[in-house]
Write a protein that binds this ligand. Sequence first.
Ligand SMILES: CC(C)(COP(=O)(O)OP(=O)(O)OC[C@H]1O[C@@H](n2cnc3c(N)ncnc32)[C@H](O)[C@@H]1OP(=O)(O)O)[C@@H](O)C(=O)NCCC(=O)NCCS
Length: 254
Amino acid sequence: MTYATPSLYVEPIRLIRSDATFPAAICFCHDADIRRLYTHHPFLHPNEQAVYMKYEHARRQKSYLLGRYVAKQATAKLIGETQLSRVEIRQGVFQFPIVGHPTSSNVQVSLSHCDDFACAVAFPEEHPLGIDIEEINPDRNTLIRDQATPAELRLLSQLPLGEDVAMTTLWTAKEALSKILRTGMMTPFSLFEMEKLTVADGVVTGEYTNFAQYKLVSFQLGGYICTIAAPRRTELSSLQIGRIQAQFASMGTR
Ligand SMILES: CC(C)(COP(=O)(O)OP(=O)(O)OC[C@H]1O[C@@H](n2cnc3c(N)ncnc32)[C@H](O)[C@@H]1OP(=O)(O)O)[C@@H](O)C(=O)NCCC(=O)NCCS
């Protein structure tokens, strides 16, 4: 049997503000068989291993492993750790991820998984981020459209995105915001309405009507859309979106 090689991207990024710059790190991984990688490279912390053993369904085992892998890679890059099993990603009361490490504190992570693809950003507590990735799936367009506000649908229709990309962008933008807020999507979706959307060089940027302190940066990776929610006044210019897009251009294209 042949296995596709995992594709891993992990890099530091800088969160640049007018009065300070914060270090962060981002990781993307596409791996069709993360459980195989895990047998060769047991990267889970003992506490994570105990959680993993409780999952019975292959789909959740896979998403747990992939999500932990990218979250640990990003965290390890940020804190200079070489052993992934020394980084623990626990769950808070609303299922948000909590980072544990023997010597580093004040580190947080946001992660997302979708089938064989996962991504994570690790950042200092002073500077929150949220990330979401979804496959572009035309079957979900109607469902997403039904949750959108007339104003954001009008805005999206003016952008050169096409219905499939527009709907997935909308969805990931709301999920990324719900992660930075740690609420999950438990609030009316209209509360997470997007505004001031623009597209430049294939990257969508925008703001949130009711959360003026945050912005979104959204980009396509093959058949997926990734959105990062960040404080509005933070410059993410060190994020090498073009390089990430080039590496994952062929992933998940239907
Ligand atoms: C949280 C939510 C936005 C995740 O989106 P998704 O598309 O289903 O899944 P993703 O792969 O993008 O993200 C999953 C990761 O988000 C993180 N996450 C979960 N809840 C979170 C929250 N409240 N805040 C921030 N991050 C959260 C977790 O790390 C999770 O991965 P893990 O379970 O492997 O640790 C979505 O599941 C949701 O809104 N659920 C509603 C239910 C809910 O929020 N319950 C909270 C407890 S009452």
